[in-house]
Design a binder for this molecule. Sequence first.
Ligand code: 1HS
Length: 256
Amino acid sequence: MMSNRFQGKQAVITGGATGMGYDIASRLGMEGASLAILDINEVALADATQALRADGVDANAYQVDISNPDEVADTFSRLIAEFNGTLDILINNAGIADFGTVETTEPEVWNKVMAVNVNSTYLCSKSALPAMKHRGGAIINFGSVAGMVGIPNMAAYCASKAAVIGLTKQMAVDYSKLGIRVNCICPGMIADTDMGRQILATDGSEEMMNKRLSKYPIGRFGKSEEIVAAVLFLASDEASFVCGSAFTVDGAMTAL
Ligand code: 1HS
């Protein structure tokens, strides 16, 4: 049975055109939320919006590079106007993965990963917060197990996700008293998204695959829907006392 936890709520999802972002958007919309979908990919954005609307979801699309301060400010002023000045939920989902040790990571790659994963979370939150103060709200950032333990050959990605976890805790301290709950989700390897496939493909040898899998006590990688369920919980009123949490959904990967 589909519940209606988000009836009357207005939500922004970054990176909402594909992968987990789309899955989150779709579930939020099916449970009643009105959506602003942000994505850099114009074609994917048009397809996603069409698919959501075909399912009866109220969704508007905004093409934006969320690492660009001016573009973010302009996009949020337009989408908040469309939402009549209020915003309830911000899902800072968009992110990229890249590979390298500290020695093999070039500054351009380091800066891009930090810009897309960390700066965007800061910039979108900065633009969203004034509109969330009217009736409270929820911000869900995307950390990762990679922000809690080291992953081989992912220096920039690990640093970026640790920064998101730190920013989440800091924001929770400043904004909980205003009724805005800030949390981050820390997924383990999710195999059925583009990012998951990209990470698995960097070294898809059987040996590497088994090594990766052996880090997961549950004996498998995760599925997008298992992260989406946790994100929706954090966004909902059921999580009314959950603030500043780094919520691991990882099959005990970081417990090992
Ligand atoms: C993509 C997500 O942030 C997880 S990174 C974990 C990679 S590993 O556990 O498969 O090495």
